[in-house]
Design a protein around this ligand. Structure first.
Ligand code: ATP
Length: 304
């Protein structure tokens, strides 16, 4: 499949006094799965919609290969596949009729029966859209996004509201799209999703990219390698006794001790517990994750 690099150059979008996206720059390579990871309201949807041509940036440009998309919006529409966060459909049409309608809009396209099989909609193909469950509707939205055999597929929070099995199925579809040579750009606030799927991740907050790279690069750049979790009832004064801990994060029910000297921290912790006769309730150790990177970069949790 022919494919091109997408370059987003200093795009800005203001809604009144709010700057939702602020001079955002990124490069998405042909054939990669790229995730915009950030909390609600970070500006992910607005960024995606500016790339897709659905929203006009106040400043900045989007290039696909050597084409400035503002100059050739129809060019992008033919070759981009777009799944919005909330897709509006004609509720009285059937699944199959809906796909046929979308199919009729494009020159290059995939066959409707194949899409129905691929998105596991065969049983529902004659059902009205209004009767679909959330997961089925989401699969229909994805089928509609693929109908023009797109070179780039944009998925805005594709797994929002899906149960774990449906999420696994979606991930398999996304991996297949990449195997076919398509570029996939998705937004998510699930770090597991970004970690499982994306070749590269951009962490977005307040309309700017705080950093981007592979998951491993981001973890190495921003957090020491291990995290010890303790129940909050252990008490935050534990931290003052541990010279090897870089940072302490206090969450709703846990204390996170971030360290790059796991063994030393464990020894200090056990000594402290002995000296103070305190149990180490809920002690767990784990490798640092994207969630820890987000905490380091913003001081907040992705899930807040
Ligand atoms: P979510 O996952 O909740 O959609 P997001 O990261 O995609 O979050 P955006 O939807 O791009 O974020 O929103 C960025 C900011 O811009 C938010 O503060 C939002 O309230 C605001 N915003 C988005 N669309 C509009 C609009 N049409 N008018 C005014 N403000 C808007």
């Amino acid at each position: 499949m022919p494919n091109k690099t997408l370059r987003v150059e200093r795009v800005t979008k203001r809604y009144g006094a709010l700057t939702a996206v602020n001079q955002l720059t990124l490069t998405i390579r042909a054939g990669e799965v790229f995730a915009l990871l950030g909390p609600n309201g970070a500006g992910k949807t607005t960024t995606l919609e500016m790339i897709e041509g659905l929203r006009q940036p106040d400043e900045g440009r989007v290039w696909w290969g050597d084409v400035d998309l503002a100059q050739k919006p129809a060019y992008a529409r033919q070759r981009f596949g777009v799944q919005l966060q909330n897709s509006e459909f004609f509720e009285l049409l059937t699944v199959r009729e809906t796909l046929e309608l979308f199919h009729s809009l494009y020159r290059q396209r995939l066959a409707v029966p194949d899409l129905i099989v691929r998105l596991d909609l065969a049983e529902k193909q004659h059902a009205r859209v209004g009767s679909l469950s959330g997961g089925q509707r989401q699969r229909l939205a994805l089928a509609c996004a693929l109908v023009n055999d797109p070179e780039i597929v944009f998925l805005d929070e594709p797994s929002a509201g899906l149960d774990p099995q449906a999420r696994q199925n979606l991930w398999a579809v996304i991996r297949q799209l990449q195997a076919e040579g398509r570029t996939v750009v998705l937004t998510t606030h699930y770090m597991e999703e970004a970690a499982a799927l994306a070749d590269r991740v951009a962490i977005v907050d307040h309309g700017t990219i705080l950093d981007e790279g592979t998951v491993d690069e981001l973890i190495h750049r921003h957090t020491p390698s291990a995290v010890l979790e303790l129940s909050r009832e252990v008490g935050r004064d534990v931290a003052s006794a541990l010279s090897s801990v870089q940072r302490v994060d206090i969450q709703a029910d846990a204390l996170l001790l971030v360290t790059d000297q796991l063994e030393k921290t464990l020894i200090e912790l056990v000594n402290w517990a002995n000296d103070h006769q305190r149990p180490l309730t809920g002690l767990k150790t784990r490798q640092a994750t994207l969630e820890d990177v987000f905490l380091t970069l913003t001081g907040r949790s992705l899930r807040e």
